[in-house]
Write a new protein. Structure first.
Length: 533
């Protein structure tokens, strides 16, 4: 007997643009202990299908047909008390964006304990012990210390691991994982996938995996459903899907692979940005008087040089200091050391001078949902930089610039009056990239810019970044855990761990002949998870 049956599911969304048919007669089956992958591009209906199982779609969603049965029990339009017993208990879910799914006002311990108390009635002490055990199982560093941390105090990968721990807390019969490894580096991806397989073996849990990472699907799933435009266009055993795909769209997905090499660097390219002995130390305070008893050395003595037209890739595990280094270069966190941009001392620059330089020094953050204001339309988000740095431009000119930026990142200009929640995860990341490129900067710091994108869009974004670099002489600092993407873009690579640089050099040499043991471990893990060719 199957565990989950979805039959002829059709979902419509009512919006200012009319009715959007998100799902069109979807059929899907998940058996006990089975791993089923649902793949497709952003906007294909993968997440809508997953959210429908637990009836988590917003009020404007309308089910026009279908049935969703879990263990023989109908969930479509089920009463609240029925759903309460299923959500987080018999069915666990890992959402795509941990920063928007975790409560910013509650500690990690409070959030994991809540589901344990609700479904198992555990005491506070027992819930704490169980939470600590769960954090250890998902390989969160220093789990006892992390219990008292708030979401903003964790890296993107660490937040995702907390989400997975919460979803596994009650040992569900079915785990729905919506891009569960999106924010994780390759070594942790391999660990999490191993953990999920181990839990399946021990408990018989089924896994419904929503992902754009075909490497993970190839090594994990037994059955695969391929979706596009709200329809399942092909499904079957994983081995057959990868070896003999039948539908043209499936063949297109399998052929989509970030490729090419970095833009060659001119020998006489001038230095654009330079940092010497950069340090970001966060004080550790204890006691009633909050005395400083030590420091977390997030970045510890890092020196880098970025030249015009160069792409510098920065790789390493979650918590290695990659993102903190980027924020320090942008003067968004206090730091010590020297940072110069086009000869200007950023550490000692006046606020007005620093503001003018930021037109040429842009950033794309890792989590597009938390970095885009939910109260602004896409037009207002992309236009904001133009209003700050080019206030004299007329409205029509700004409208045209925004439309062009949206086109460059693969979004339709007609979408500019939508709000962020009306875009898919991949579309939101493209919107964030549009916000960065609209000012035609000299240097862009890209913090995991493709982590939320499916394979075909990844390839498009890489092609876009490469084209912009060639046309305008742009430089990039590319922070990523996806070594395949780094290989396609970077001239040079820095490998970081625990705030220090372990290895640095030309990208070709790093990939072909890594010298440090940690670099070799990263490359080995990427091959296991299928993230390098």
């Amino acid at each position: 007997m199957s565990l989950l049956d979805i039959e002829n599911l059709a979902v419509q969304f009512r919006s200012s643009e009319g009715v959007i048919k998100a799902l069109r007669g979807v059929d899907m089956t998940v058996n006990p202990g089975e791993t089923v992958a649902v793949v497709g591009e952003s906007g294909s209906g993968k997440s809508v299908t997953a959210l429908s199982v637990l009836q988590l779609l917003p009020a404007q969603a309308h089910y026009t047909s279908g049935s969703i049965r879990f263990g023989g029990q109908e969930l479509l339009h089920a009463k609240r008390n029925v759903l309460r017993g299923v959500r987080g208990g018999r069915i666990g879910m890992v959402f795509q964006e941990p920063m928007s799914s975790l409560n910013p006002l509650h500690t990690v311990e409070q959030q994991i304990s809540e589901t344990l108390t609700l479904h198992q009635g555990l005491s506070k002490r027992a819930a704490r012990e169980r939470a600590l055990s769960l954090l250890g199982r998902v390989r969160l560093p220093n789990p006892e210390r992390r219990l008292s941390a708030y979401p903003h105090q964790l890296s993107g990968g660490q937040r995702q691991r907390v989400m997975i721990a919460m979803a596994l807390a009650n040992e569900p019969e079915l785990l729905i994982a919506d891009e569960p490894t999106t924010a994780l580096d390759v070594t942790v991806q391999a660990q999490i996938l191993d953990l999920l397989r181990e839990l399946q073996k021990d408990t018989g849990m089924a896994l419904m995996l929503i992902t754009h990472d075909l490497g993970i699907v190839r090594h994990t799933a037994e059955q695969v459903y391929v979706m596009t435009r709200g329809e399942v266009v092909e499904h079957g055993p994983s081995a057959r899907i990868f070896s003999a795909p039948e539908h043209p769209y499936t063949r297109k997905l399998l052929a989509a692979e970030p490729s090419g090499t970095s833009t060659p660097l001119n020998a006489d390219a001038k230095t654009l940005l330079k940092a010497d002995d950069l340090k970001v130390w966060f004080p550790v305070q204890r006691g009633v008087l909050r005395r400083i008893v030590g420091h977390v050395k997030a970045v510890d003595g890092v020196s880098i040089t970025v030249r015009e037209g160069q792409t510098l890739g920065i790789v390493g595990e979650s918590g290695s200091g990659k993102t903190t280094l980027g924020l320090a270069l942008l003067q968004l966190v206090p730091s010590r050391g020297d940072v110069t941009f086009r000869g200007h001392d950023l550490q000692r620059a006046r606020r007005g001078d620093l503001r003018r330089l930021r037109k040429e020094l842009q950033v794309v953050f890792q989590d597009p949902y938390s970095s885009l204001s939910p109260r602004l339309t896409a037009f207002e988000i992309v236009e904001e930089g133009l209003r700050v740095h080019q206030p004299g431009d007329p409205y029509a000119a700004r409208r045209e610039r925004v439309a062009q930026a949206l086109l460059e990142v693969g979004l339709e200009p007609r979408m500019m009056d939508r709000y962020p929640h009306e875009f898919s995860g991949g579309q939101r990341q493209r919107l964030a990239i549009a916000r960065a490129i609209v000012l035609k900067p000299r240097l862009i710091i890209l913090d995991e810019p493709t982590s939320a994108l499916d394979m075909t869009i990844q390839a498009q974004i890489i092609g876009l970044l490469r084209d912009l670099q060639q046309q305008h002489g742009l430089a990039y600092i590319f922070i990523s855990h996806d070594l395949r993407v780094v290989r396609a873009l970077a001239n040079d690579i820095l490998v970081m761990k625990d705030g220090v640089v372990l290895e640095a050099g030309p990208a070709q040499r790093i990939f072909d002949a890594p010298q440090h043991e940690y670099t070799r471990a990263l490359l080995a893990a990427s091959l296991i998870s299928g993230t390098t060719s």
